[in-house]
Design a protein around this ligand. Structure first.
Ligand SMILES: Cc1ncc(COP(=O)(O)O)c(C=O)c1O
Length: 410
């Protein structure tokens, strides 16, 4: 990336919009919206005598399945685990190839490598940041076994062509819906029609359980196996709370497979149950905040606001704003630092995976291989967004961005 450091001297105190400098006014990127209801539900778990995987996990699984209109949901420790279990259960193995996007977090490709399969990256669409379905077929080989699309920022991928290609070539579709709880595609909930769809409930996500994930599917065999694999591959491990440690329980169990240890605890599920009750309201609040940003930045020649395509209702996990670098005398990283100096905690999601040393080496990739993803990465800033923020915070962020655009106009 070309540097323009010489023009950036940091924000000078005389240029600061005064109260932005007070540390207490720091607007963080994605604070969790945890209330008294969550506190009470967690306490209930703590006092129940059963704190790990138990009744609350079961209830949370059922409610997530209902919410996303899938038959089954399997709670895990993380989305990474959910995707790993999904690929493992679908039989992805050494020698296989899985098509995915470079514009994502480490986990999406890591889980393919955990199965000793090879991630095959496809460039993204410039407007949605999502895998470009038009470019998928040319990369399908005899080794291709699955497609792993990522619904970036909560904007659904164009799933009809992806599902059609999968059907035509007998491929599985595992969706990375880490950002997309509550997202729909052409009126259908994400999670209701792919083979296995995986969510993240990490602390910054729309629904936060501190750490947590969920794999949903309409296939009962797969859900049964994934559930077993969350607990060492012990055949009825998830019934332990009912069977083994209760008076009527048996001390015997069978290890049926080489499983993992990635179960969700009842404490996390307690948080999740209450967060789920609020999720639609949270997502609406996010939409309202995104629209405030949209209005404030409308038609500004230094910016491009996120474009939401007609076919999706987005969960609005992120607000990825694109800088017009021609307009500015500073680069994106310097813009982020300048935002920090005025107490705005913006972030960058994501540096494309092929630019990270591990994947560059593994797959022999270099800068230039995925130009659309690279161009988005060079220009993107994700602004603070959370229902835990106030409307006044969002307006201050917008004011700060507009101020910096003026301050660093080329
Ligand atoms: C697109 C994407 N996929 C997967 C993950 C992994 O989620 P988890 O931390 O729950 O494993 C993240 C996490 O931020 C993500 O952004």
């Amino acid at each position: 990336m070309a540097k323009k450091n010489e023009t950036f001297e940091g924000i000078q105190p005389e240029n600061i919009i005064s109260d932005f400098l007070k540390p207490s006014l720091y607007i963080s990127f994605s604070p969790p919206a945890i209330g008294e209801e969550e506190e009470r539900e967690v306490l209930d778990s703590l006092r129940s005598g059963w704190i790990t995987t138990g009744p609350k996990v079961k209830e949370f699984e059922n409610k997530i399945a209902e919410f996303v209109q899938a038959k089954e949901a399997v709670a895990t420790f993380s989305c990474t685990d959910a995707m790993h279990l999904a690929l493992n259960t679908l039989g992805i193995q050494e020698g296989d190839e899985v098509i995915t996007t470079p514009y994502t977090f480490a986990s999406t490709a890591h889980v393919i490598c955990y199965q000793r399969a090879k991630p095959v990256f496809i460039d993204v669409e410039a407007d949605s940041f999502n895998i470009d379905p038009k470019k998928i077929e040319e990369r399908i080989t005899l080794k291709t076994k699955a497609i792993l699309p990522v619904h970036f920022a909560g904007h659904a991928c164009d799933m009809d062509p992806i599902m059609d290609i999968a059907k035509k070539h007998s491929l599985r579709v595992v969706e990375d819906a880490a950002h997309a709880i509550g997202t729909s595609y052409k009126g259908r909930m994400i999670g209701s029609f792919g083979d296995i769809t995986c969510y993240s409930f990490y602390a910054t996500k729309n629904l936060a359980t501190a750490e947590g994930g969920m794999a949903v599917t309409n296939n009962l065999e797969w859900s049964k196996r994934m559930r077993m694999m969350t607990m060492y591959g012990i055949s009825d491990a998830r019934e332990i709370w009912e069977k083994r440690y209760r008076q009527a329980g048996s001390i015997h169990y069978d290890i049926a497979e080489l499983g993992f240890k990635c179960n969700m605890t009842d404490i996390n599920a307690a948080l999740g149950l209450k967060q789920l009750e609020k999720l639609e309201g949270f997502n609406e609040q996010r939409e309202v905040y995104c629209q405030i940003y949209d209005r404030e930045f409308k038609d500004h020649s230094g910016l491009r606001t996120p474009h939401i395509k007609d076919y999706t209702k987005s969960s609005r996990h992120l607000y990825p704003l694109l800088l017009n670098l021609e307009y500015l005398s500073i680069e994106r990283d310097e813009f982020i630092n300048a935002l920090k100096e005025i107490n705005i905690g913006a972030s960058v999601l994501f540096m494309p995976l092929h630019l990270h040393s591990y994947y560059a080496k593994l797959l022999n990739h270099k800068w230039g291989d995925f130009p659309v993803a690279e161009n988005l990465f060079e220009r993107v800033i994700c602004l603070p967004l959370s229902p835990a923020l106030l409307e006044t915070d969002i307006k201050k962020v917008a004011e700060g961005v507009l101020y910096l655009l003026e301050r660093f106009k080329r």
